[in-house]
Design a protein around this ligand. Structure first.
Ligand code: 6LW
Length: 504
């Protein structure tokens, strides 16, 4: 079977999937961004459409003060008796929360907090009597024991009240690698299988499995763990782990999982962050599963997206610690977006409206009117790890400033252009190989980002900066690149959002 890989490109880690009435639904982590937890749907497992988000109202997530990299971690999606369930950790905030919806596109409930789950990466299943089992990774996230790891644990829960009925119980601590996490529990025949991730979410990541006749008892490890890992290999998709299984209508089992696509030399850097991949799982005669290696097979061709602002925002926009709708003014300049500046990109609540970078080679552009404010476009990992191109127009001329910011270091470049709207672009391009004239340092990195301003017919390239600083390996903030429009002060008007990308 050929699966497009990445299955869901761009910042989409910690996938979980379920099949309901012939349609697959898949959710991923969103950290401090809103809306939270995109819901993707597919009937053939190949073509996926984003149909909505679980967290669309601020009170569902309470992310206003979510620390960077915490917030929405590792949702699990399940379905039972006509109801969809998403169970997730809001790290540094609400804790373990269960959301429900009759329809996967929403609306989703306000969320029920499960006080008895002390850990992360919750899974939800039900025993033969219909008692809800929440299986989770016992990583302590608050209090004096913060950072301690209790292995994979489980509680019985009353999903009407959130009360813990029994437990916690210890099920398995994995095969000995660090961070046993991302547990998922499946019933198959007379066995209950417990699949987990171990080794940490970086190059050591992998998937291991254990089984038991009783979902509440100790689990016996499989004979060939890890069943999936790219650890110490030169496979093009690395960090593979954090998987979830879903059976297809024709009787196969697929695993969705996270991985990265590093580019460069021996260390290599993954510009897009952790993406969703898939592979096939086979059940051996002795009842244990094996997983195929994850094959790289990105969708070919050019992705073109030209968005204007004459309709309500679609479900693909992201904002930081608040909803896109709360910062996007679509009325002041009809057909355009006005952002009202309230601090720069290093602030905890920047006025930034973005979308995931979807391809290894990508350009984002917008024409910016900065006569009444300062703003522009940016490629962002977090507050301290962001490249931006900002315009300010005093009525006589426009000053355009490119800025590359990584923790503790900032560099900027400026150019002066005529007054009036200016088209700003950020272009992520592959590093040239040595045979194309690249030198050693260039060959070792993921990509280069070019900062370009166009006024009239003139293109001005302000800078070309190594992209490795905005990668999963360097930024280490769990998310991925988000390309967006921002305002720092005053009212900044944008004519659209133009994205093009390919797998060059
Ligand atoms: C996720 C956990 C993890 O909950 O990262 O490193 C967290 N491990 O499985 C965020 O993706």
């Amino acid at each position: 079977m050929t699966l497009p890989n990445p299955l869901i490109p761009g910042f989409n880690p910690d996938p979980s999937a379920v099949l309901v009435d012939g349609t697959f639904y898949l959710v991923t982590s969103t950290f401090e961004y809103l809306p939270g937890i995109p819901v993707y749907a597919s009937t053939d497992f190949e073509n996926w459409e984003r149909i909505g988000n679980v967290l669309t109202r601020p009170e569902q997530g309470e992310l206003e003060n979510a620390p960077t990299g915490l917030g929405v971690w590792a949702p699990t999606i399940r379905h039972r008796d006509g109801l969809f369930y998403v169970i997730v950790t809001i790290a540094g905030g609400r804790g373990c929360v269960v959301y429900t919806a009759e329809r996967p596109e929403g609306p989703w409930s306000d969320g029920l907090v499960l006080e008895g789950v002390e850990g992360i990466d919750p899974d939800l299943n039900w025993d033969e009597n219909g008692v809800a089992l929440v299986t989770y990774s016992g990583l302590v996230m608050k209090g004096p024991d913060i950072g301690k790891h209790g292995g994979i644990r489980q509680v019985d829960v009353d999903l009407a009240t959130g009360e813990t009925l029994a437990g916690p119980r210890d099920l398995w601590s994995g095969t000995g690698f660090k961070f046993p996490e991302a547990p998922h529990l499946y019933r198959r025949g007379d066995w209950w299988y417990l699949m987990i991730a171990e080794g940490g979410t970086e190059r050591g990541h992998g998937v291991s499995i254990a089984r038991s006749r009783d979902p509440r008892a100790q689990f016996e490890p499989g004979p060939a763990n890890p069943i999936l890992s790219a650890r110490s290999t030169n496979r093009p998709i690395q960090n593979t782990g954090h998987g979830d299984l879903v059976d297809t209508p024709d009787g196969r089992t697929l695993m969705v999982l996270l991985g990265v696509r590093p580019r460069g030399g021996t260390q290599a850097f993954s510009a897009l962050g952790r993406e969703t991949f898939a592979t096939e799982v086979h059940w051996r005669e002795d009842g244990w599963p094996t997983a195929d290696p994850v094959h790289l097979d990105p969708r070919q061709g050019e992705v073109e997206e030209s968005l204007t602002f004459d309709a309500p925002l679609d479900a693909g926009w992201l904002a930081i610690r608040r909803t896109p709708e709360s910062i996007a003014d679509l009325d002041s300049a009809p057909g355009r977006l006005t952002l009202h500046g309230a601090g720069d990109l290093t602030s905890s609540h920047p006025v930034f409206l973005g979308r995931r970078q979807l391809n290894q080679t990508a350009t984002v552009a917008s024409t910016v009117d900065a006569r009444a404010g300062r703003g522009g476009i940016a490629v962002r990992y977090d507050e301290q790890t962001v490249y931006s191109l900002l315009a300010e127009d005093d009525g006589t001329s426009t000053t355009v400033t490119a800025e590359a910011r990584v923790p503790g270091i900032v560099q900027s470049w400026s150019a002066t252009l005529p007054s009036g709207p200016v088209e700003l672009s950020l272009i992520s391009e592959p590093a040239p190989g040595m045979e194309l004239g690249g030198d050693w340092a260039e060959v070792m990195t993921s990509d280069f980002v070019r900062f370009v301003a166009r006024s009239g017919d003139e293109d001005v390239e302000l800078a070309r900066v190594d992209g490795r600083y905005l990668s999963a390996e360097t930024a280490a903030s769990f998310t991925g690149r988000v390309l967006g429009l921002f305002a720092v002060t005053g009212d900044v008007v944008f004519d659209g959002y133009r994205y093009s990308g390919s797998e060059r």
